[in-house]
Design a protein around this ligand. Sequence first.
Ligand code: PMP
Length: 460
Amino acid sequence: MLQPAPANLTIEAAYRDRTPGSARLAARARELFPSGVTHDGRYLQPYGIYVERAAGAHKWDVDGNRYIDYYGGHGALLLGHNHPEVAAAVQDALAHGTHFGASHVLELRWAEAIRRLMPAAERVRFTSSGTEATHMAVRLARAATGRRKILRFRTHFHGWHDHMTSGYASHFDGAPTSGVLTGIADQVVLLDPNDADALRQVLAHDHDIALAIVEPTGGSFGMTPLRPEFLATLRELTAAHGVLLAFDEVVTGFRVAPGGAQGRFAITPDMTTLAKVLAGGLPGGALVGRADVLEPLDFEATTARGLEKVQHPGTFNANPLSAAAGIAALEQIEATDPCARANAIAEKLRQGLNEVLEAEDVPWAAYGTFSGIHVFTNPERRGLRPGDFDPFAVPYRELKTRQGNITHRLRLAMLLHGVELTSWPGALVSAAHGEADVADTSEAFRESLRLLKREGDVGA
Ligand code: PMP
């Protein structure tokens, strides 16, 4: 169900024409929020849509326009919006109360569901977000090993706390980003992804590394892909050097496969960070892993060993509403394998987008693994055939280069045709997306590219 864009207007004028209600709310937002947004990824020029409701693979803005949604709640909604089982579980939990300030049975069922899908989760500690989970991974690793440094990979994202900011989108030399202390950035060792020699060198010479953390399918869910062989090498070398290994499965957990990337690649980390799909679309995260690695959180065990316990309060840890949503989502994943459905639809969409690029003679590419899609807008204008694009052959900096102008205008053009892409630009596909969405999205892409060509954003 495509909405044709008016032929006589520019992309921006047609978008403004279609979204007057969003424009009014965006003007109010500019008086309340820096840049008018509440998440960096939601920033769009001239303004983003304001959404009123969502169901399945779709959402509707305040002006009544329908969009095929590829944000998927920033990756939380593998099952799509308002999945009936998840919604019913949350409503039921709501009727019982939103916060007990006490232990409750849902937190047990939630942790048990995690462990059924991910057996390496011998112990679980719930947090409120993925950022908190990776923060906990750093602290636990230091407590468990007595070492100070953490090892990360350039372009890999692990949330926004102080140890994780350099080298993700900028500051690839490891220098601290705005607001972060040099002393903290100095404790982070940054390596190039897939560089086994550099990894070997660093681990052989630096004996102060407590933790290595990695996005197991590559930086930003495969925007800069990682070779599974490298993951295996990382596992071997960290174990050999007494460095704890954390898989950051905040995105991949319960999405790429029911057992996450660790299940899919049969590689077991010492710790795993989880969020997003884990909590079924409500706020929630967890640090899970080996029982001995989580032992520094244990009152009795630390006392018995004469150690100081690692502190971890957190008002919303294992919140009952998030637990209810998480249990319902994980049970669906266990019973129906929505991961495989989302992966299959994403593969069709990648093909559909690349066919359009080839037909329109635009040297971009749609790539990605599992249910993630990235649109490479080819900043260096390399010669390429979209369907044959090999991201391993392109340096990570180039894959990561976000051409602000083109990205914003592609997203606007797609919105105009009833599709919301993510800001990468790209897409997170859910199990609620179907063949009709793939066909409509491919057509929207074709029409958008034509508009971009007309306005000189794409082409010679
Ligand atoms: N790790 C990864 C791999 C992520 O993609 C994200 C969020 N996009 C985070 C950590 C941080 O999670 P949260 O936004 O819940 O803090």
